[in-house]
Design a protein around this ligand. Structure first.
Ligand code: ZN
Length: 436
């Protein structure tokens, strides 16, 4: 009888080898490494997340728990805990009210808009924060996106609190005022409001949104087969010139830098690690991590993720992105949120300011698009390849050094421009060279 049961669970698991895993069971395997379920991972029938010395999360279809039992793998169901603890958190409607209140408090620098609606019709809110907020200025563009895993809720609360703090301190706090005056900041507290409302990882269709972005071998703007939430983020990314961003998760405490999907080193490996260490150093739980040296990790070295937002963001859009895990548990008590904000507030501000660690070009005419080939000439020679731009502006976050930009535009401009990134220029907040 037992053998028959095991055989039928195996059959169930083996027939699940679809392109995208449907999440029906959310489990935590204790005291093991993902190698124990390597066959399931290879078959593409489960997803793994948050691997630590304690164990790992595993997501898959109905039958996964009994299958793990049949293999004697000690595990528990995360769902009942998520449901009970997350019950104390604000609803989507309450988050919407908080965002509208922040906008109303300081409408000169805050503009709330929706990039589209979730599967069940909830607005996907983004707050634009900048001086002259109604105008698309030539300023470095930064973004935060949180909680594309609906149950990883800490980041939604922290980004909303950050928006509220900026709304109330603009004009009186010099650091915040300077940042807002010289940058365009876009904050999306909830990419998966349906998942958060249902207290689950996936969206309303049971899909993990952070495995649903185009892979590096695919077309980066292809909407086919993508969930609606991903489609709106892809379309939105195309309209902007983001050069630095982070996405927030929960389940452990670490800054995860690219790449996630390949063991190759990222072209900005040393630099993006420095930025990640900068975030972690200001956060006591990160810098004192016993799990991750310095509170940071290379993504693939931790575990491979394909179809994630982080790699897609830089590879197709020159938008350098890290993934920030904010809390050991995905479901901290709501009363612990102020403590998490205290631990992350300076890090969040620090990371936004790093958008000025770069150089750009601008044009006097509007509507110019083209490409910029980038070669670093000092202190090391390095070819970063070519990047597309539109809206008559281009900007790249880069390490300190001297660079040559080879600018080609649709109206036949073909110019080589030398730019530099150094301490003085970073402090000036807007390092743009006028091309024509
Ligand atoms: Zn996550």
């Amino acid at each position: 009888m037992r053998n028959i049961l095991i055989a039928s669970s195996l059959l169930l698991i083996s027939t699940l080898s679809l392109a995208s895993v449907k999440i029906e069971e959310e489990l935590y395997v204790l005291g093991q490494k993902p190698e124990v379920v390597k066959d399931l991972i290879t078959a593409g029938s489960v997803e793994i997340d948050h691997v630590t010395s304690q164990g790992f999360e595993i997501y898959g279809r109905k039958g996964l728990s009994s299958y793990l039992n049949s293999r004697g793998l000690d595990h528990f169901d995360m769902k009942p805990i998520t449901k009970s603890v997350l019950a104390d958190y604000p609803s989507h409607a309450q988050i919407t009210s908080k965002l509208k209140a922040a906008e109303a408090k300081n409408p000169k620098i805050m503009k709330l808009f929706s990039i589209g609606k979730s599967v069940t019709g909830k607005e996907l809110w983004v707050m634009k924060i900048s001086d002259n907020v109604e105008v698309d200025e030539v300023e470095p563009e930064f973004k935060y996106i949180s909680s594309m895993h609906g149950d990883e809720i800490t980041g939604r609360e922290l980004t909303v609190t950050l928006i509220e703090e900026i709304a109330s301190k603009y004009g009186s706090d010099a650091e915040i005022t300077d940042l807002v005056n010289n940058s365009e900041i876009y904050i999306m507290p909830s990419m998966n409001p349906d998942g958060s409302e249902r207290k689950q990882r996936a969206n309303a269709n049971g899909t993990d949104l952070n495995r649903n972005f185009p892979e590096l071998s695919e077309n980066g703007t292809d909407l086919n087969g993508r969930e609606i939430e991903n489609q709106f983020v892809i379309k939105y990314q195309k309209t902007r010139q983001f050069s630095l961003s982070a996405n927030f998760h929960g389940g452990t405490i670490v800054v995860n830098y690219p790449w996630d999907s390949t063991y190759d080193r990222h072209p900005l490996d040393t630099f993006v690690k420095e930025l990640s260490l900068g975030y972690a150093e200001l956060n006591p739980d990160m810098r004192n991590s016993t799990e991750f040296a310095g509170g940071v990790t290379n993504g693939a070295d931790w575990y491979i993720v394909k179809g994630g937002m982080q790699d897609w963001s830089y590879f197709f859009f020159n938008d350098l992105q890290v993934t920030i895990e904010l809390s050991h548990t995905k479901w901290p008590s709501y009363s612990d949120i102020p403590g998490f904000y205290k631990n992350n507030r300076d890090s969040m501000i620090y990371f936004m300011k790093q958008v000025h660690h770069g150089a750009g070009i601008k044009f006097s005419k509007t509507g110019i698009s083209g490409t910029v080939g980038i070669k670093q000439v000092s202190p090391v020679a390095k070819d970063f390849g070519s990047f597309a731009f539109n809206s008559s502006e281009f900007y790249k976050v880069m390490p300190e050094g001297e660079y040559v930009f080879s600018v080609k535009t649709s109206n036949k401009t073909n110019k080589e421009i030398r730019v530099s990134v150094d301490k003085d220029k970073i402090a000036q907040n807007g390092n743009y060279t006028l091309v024509d």
